[in-house]
Design a binder for this molecule. Structure first.
Ligand code: NAD
Length: 471
């Protein structure tokens, strides 16, 4: 069998990965019909909205969808039709950390992957290439293959590929336009190599050949977990050093700058912060921890677990620093939290450090004003309720207020806490913020984005990550 020329793609899952990834494929491959399907009607309606009020915020995404939607890009809830018509199917469903049962708190919940795979097997009446886009534990493709083969119709064959996604939220479109690499894993059989070639030809429409890496299936699956684990490890390493800086008088920015000059280390991703968030880093490391334990490698598991523990410690340390600095009590004090998304340029709040900080402030009986330029008020209540399931929402609303602007959030506050590195927080009129705050007025920069000296001249007491409080 020679490689199939792909003309119809189905993507199961219209989320942060499936939506942007397949929208870009549609844009770059006008000869391929791309249908992105999801069970969530509201999400699909938002993708189809006439005014492009898309369900996720990503710079440049609206432009991509505007150009391709209705031409060769479609969003639908008709999963079966899209499966049946496609010759290549991406499985891009969520793989969250399991909440209960065996491996709870560590293992990936593969329920959505399994259901999507079963649907493909049940519906397909012709051969398909099935591509794991979701981040999954090593050897998941084997389970998918077993499910597909056990349930397929006569004459249907399924070739499975792994094609993990490396985009970062906030820069998804530029990452997809110019990826560092596209990774495709396949079985090293003739059929596997042919399927790999079919997918490679899709990406070759815009990605240079030397950026398309082809490897074995299990290497591809593990590489995605490994990449996220190593990125998170780098953040935990610089954050661990930031604690030493705060205690010694060293400056974390200077330390990062100095070590980044070493070409073996490099300058990127060395920014100390209040801790990483997002749906992937923690989940994927825990997944690696679980995998290591299942393989009877407890020391390896302990090594990776420490990266997550360090991150948790960094968030708690920051909350404690706020309380300590505000004379050891924040009861009844108003704190403005600027930013609720887990990073700038996204509306995604999954595992956001802001949620932990606000929960800590609530438990100290502070009053919190929160503002984020992209996160809806509804989302903020959902997240805060999920973080404190035993506290009635009415009680949460008595302590927390969602503000419409940064200036409004800071009014009558004792302290401003920067939780997300939104550009607009760098450009706030700090003189006006100071005028509206109670005195003494404190700023806590959890993202190292403000000019601390400038703020001190205005009158603020400024605390930043990785520098002693007194400076
Ligand atoms: P998401 O929750 O935003 O989207 C997943 C979508 O799949 C949801 O809309 C859900 O309704 C849909 N879905 C689930 N089961 C379905 C089914 N059987 N049929 C149809 N639709 C179904 O998740 P995401 O952030 O897009 O992540 C998807 C995968 O990509 C995860 O494995 C994640 O780890 C991985 N990943 C995420 C990122 C990121 O930055 N978010 C980056 C790289 C990889």
């Amino acid at each position: 069998m020679a490689p199939v020329k792909v003309t119809k793609i189905c993507c199961i899952g219209a989320g942060y990965v499936g939506g942007p990834t397949c929208a870009v494929i549609a844009l770059k491959c006008p000869h391929i019909t791309v249908t992105i399907v999801d069970l969530n009607q509201a999400r699909v309606d938002a993708w189809n909205s006439p005014d492009f009020a898309l369900p996720i915020y990503e710079p440049g995404l609206v432009d991509v969808v505007r150009q391709a939607r209705g031409r060769n890009l479609f969003f639908s809830t008709n999963v079966d039709k899209a499966i049946e018509e496609a010759d290549l199917i991406f499985v891009s469903v969520n793989t969250p950390t399991k909440k209960s049962g065996v491996g709870a708190g560590f293992a990936a919940d593969l329920n959505y992957v399994e259901l999507a795979t079963r649907r493909i097997a049940t519906v397909a009446s012709s051969s398909k290439i099935v591509v794991e886009k979701s981040t999954v534990p090593c050897r998941t493709a084997e389970s998918m293959r077993t499910i597909l083969e056990a349930n397929s119709k006569p004459g249907c064959r399924f070739d499975i590929l792994s094609n993990p996604e490396f985009l970062a939220e906030g820069t998804a479109i530029s990452d997809l336009f110019k990826p560092d690499r596209v990774l495709i894993g396949s079985l090293q059989t003739q059929e596997g190599k042919d399927a790999c070639e079919s997918l490679k030809q899709v990406y070759a429409n815009w990605v240079p050949e030397d950026r398309i890496l082809t490897v074995g299936l299990w290497s591809s699956e593990l590489s995605k977990l490994a990449a996220n684990a190593m990125l998170a490890q780098r953040i935990s390493s610089i954050n661990a050093l930031s604690a030493i800086c705060e205690a010694t008088g060293a400056n974390i920015d200077e330390v990062a700058h100095a070590i980044g000059y070493d070409s073996r280390i490099g300058p990127k991703f060395l920014k100390a912060s209040v801790g990483f968030g997002g749906s992937c880093f923690q989940k994927d490391i825990l997944n690696l921890v679980y995998l290591s334990e299942s393989l009877h490698l407890p020391e390896v598991a302990a090594y990776w677990r420490q990266v997550v523990e360090m991150n948790e410690h960094q968030k708690r340390r920051f909350s404690k620093r706020v309380v300590d600095t505000l004379f050891n009590t924040i009861t009844g004090k108003r704190i403005a939290v600027l930013g609720f998304a887990f990073k700038a340029d996204t509306g995604d709040t999954r595992e956001s450090a802001a949620i932990t900080l606000i929960k800590d402030f609530q438990s100290e009986k502070a009053l919190v004003n929160v503002y984020d330029p992209q996160v809806s008020e509804e989302q903020i209540w959902l997240d805060l309720q999920e973080a404190s399931p035993l506290v009635p929402l009415d009680a949460i609303k008595k302590q927390v207020t969602v503000s419409k602007s940064a200036l409004e959030a800071c009014k009558n506050a004792e302290a401003v806490v920067i939780a997300t590195e939104w550009k607009e927080f760098k450009e706030i009129d700090w003189e006006a913020v100071y005028a509206g705050m109670n005195k003494p007025a404190f700023v806590f920069d959890g993202r190292l984005i403000i000019d601390a000296e400038k703020l001190r001249k205005i009158g603020f007491t400024v605390t930043t990550i990785g520098r002693p409080s007194a400076i």
